[in-house]
Design a protein around this ligand. Structure first.
Ligand code: LLP
Length: 427
């Protein structure tokens, strides 16, 4: 992140505070989040898309009340995908009309709560959900704004578990075989639904814009079919999130303004060709906003050289605070941040403290050969999908999120305690 520097002893400083102080005060492991960086990335997305488009931050990447307030202040909307995320958003004052509610199996209770709160849109994911939401809205005497999520049949170039536009997976209604058109037909017949548009999310950690182009092309094709059949031009399309960030120096992410320009051009061009009014575009970046803004600070516990292989460096967290390496083979980098070192680099694997050998944080990394217990190391770009996918595996306590800004640090999500753990254990 932008405010990261090193002092004369090689100690990493972020937001005006050095990591040794952070470790002393808040303990390790900890996620350290740079608030200015978060805000400026949020603002960059907002500015890039301008007044004719909406940016919905994808709360699944990382959500807390402080984050909701920052988003609110920076003029972003919010995408939630569970009752818990909705509750967090509402409790921190996000206006309901700026919330989009997602999910492939929202419960009746969640839907009722969202409709009652007055969320700006519910993204419908199945034929059953069309009827379910319509029924609940009718019961509550309201007309709910909805989008219909379609799968456009694109193979996004990303890990299989986070690709979502090919047809053989659980999200959305396929365009193929006229299923999406049929879904729109049914939704348009239900008085308690106001169909505002079509939604497509092709996957996550994507660098190649061509998937979005194909998606936009196919979604506009559907808008045209809807106009031809029903005489209505749906006013909005949402192209989802998924823009990749740099986890290592090999990744080369696009800037928000490039993405905004590309998406706007594609949609405008396609709509002109189809003689459609250009719909209002929305996007849902999660990772691209929060991912780069945080790093995980760990303390080294043991250093175990294995002759002819590599050195295993064990830290005080692991797969419970970052499951992404084990789950997606994700790549991270790591550096020594509590001092400088001139020692020869050694090949290491940074591992956690959990009881399984797949508990890897950084698979292959060079760290100084004099690395020792007590050193602090930092793994960058852990702002997205690390705290939000953290677990209590082995009854390890989930780390805090510490926000830094202008030389001040403040806990925005506190460290879990043994009391927290035991509170749920009522047997
Ligand atoms: N919109 C929808 C409908 C989504 O499903 C997602 C992510 C996003 C937006 C935000 O995508 P982003 O811009 O953050 O890539 N846990 C995985 C990522 C799963 C993403 C699920 N949906 C990971 O750690 O990489």
């Amino acid at each position: 992140s932008r405010t990261v520097t090193r002092d004369e002893h090689g100690v990493l400083t972020v937001g005006g505070i050095d990591v040794k102080r952070l470790a002393e005060e808040y303990g390790t492991p900890a996620y350290v989040l740079d608030e200015d960086d978060f805000r400026s990335r949020a603002r960059a997305w907002r500015t890039a898309f301008g007044e004719n488009a909406d940016v919905f931050y994808a709360g699944k990447a990382f959500l807390s009340r402080a984050v909701v307030r920052w988003l609110n202040e920076e003029g972003l909307n919010l995408d939630v995908c569970s009752g818990g995320e909705l509750a967090t958003a509402l409790s921190a004052g996000m206006p309901a009309e700026r919330i989009a509610f997602h999910g492939n199996n929202k419960s009746v209770a969640e839907i009722r709560r969202a409709v009652e709160a007055g969320v700006g849109r519910i993204v419908l994911d199945s034929f059953q959900e069309i009827v379910r939401v319509a029924h609940i809205a009718r019961e509550l005497g309201t007309r709910q704004r909805v989008q219909i999520r379609v799968t456009v049949g694109v193979e996004a170039h990303t890990h299989e578990f986070i690709a979502t536009a090919h047809e053989d997976q659980k999200f959305g209604i396929p365009l193929a075989g006229g299923q999406a058109a049929e879904a729109v037909r049914r939704a348009l017949q239900l008085d308690s639904l106001e169909v505002i548009g079509i939604h497509s999310h092709i996957g996550s950690q994507i660098f190649d814009m061509s998937g979005f182009e194909v998606a936009a092309h196919r979604v506009v094709g559907l808008l045209k079919d809807i106009r031809d059949e029903h005489g209505v031009e749906l006013p909005e399309i949402d192209l989802g999130g998924g823009l990749g960030i740099a986890y290592t120096s090999d990744d080369d992410p696009r800037e928000p303004h490039e993405i905004a320009k590309a998406l706007t051009e594609i949609v405008t061009r396609e709509c002109e060709a189809a003689k459609l009014r250009t719909p209002r575009i929305s996007v849902e970046p999660g990772r691209a906003i929060v991912g780069p803004t945080a790093f995980t600070l760990y303390e080294v516990g043991t250093v175990k050289p294995l002759d002819g292989l590599r050195t295993y460096v064990s830290v005080d967290g692991g797969m419970s605070d970052n499951i992404r390496t084990a789950l997606y083979d994700a790549e991270y980098s790591v550096s020594l941040v509590s001092r400088s070192s001139d020692a020869e680099p050694m090949l290491t694997r940074v591992v956690g403290k959990h009881c399984e050998s797949g508990d890897i944080v950084v698979k292959d990394a060079f760290l100084p050969g004099d690395l020792a217990p007590g050193d602090l190391i930092a793994v960058p770009a852990t702002g997205a999908y690390c705290r939000s996918m953290a677990s209590n595996y082995n009854h390890v306590l989930r780390p805090p999120v510490v926000a830094v800004k202008d030389g001040q640090a403040r806990v925005i999500v506190r460290r879990e305690t043994e009391e927290d753990l035991l509170r749920l254990d009522v047997g």
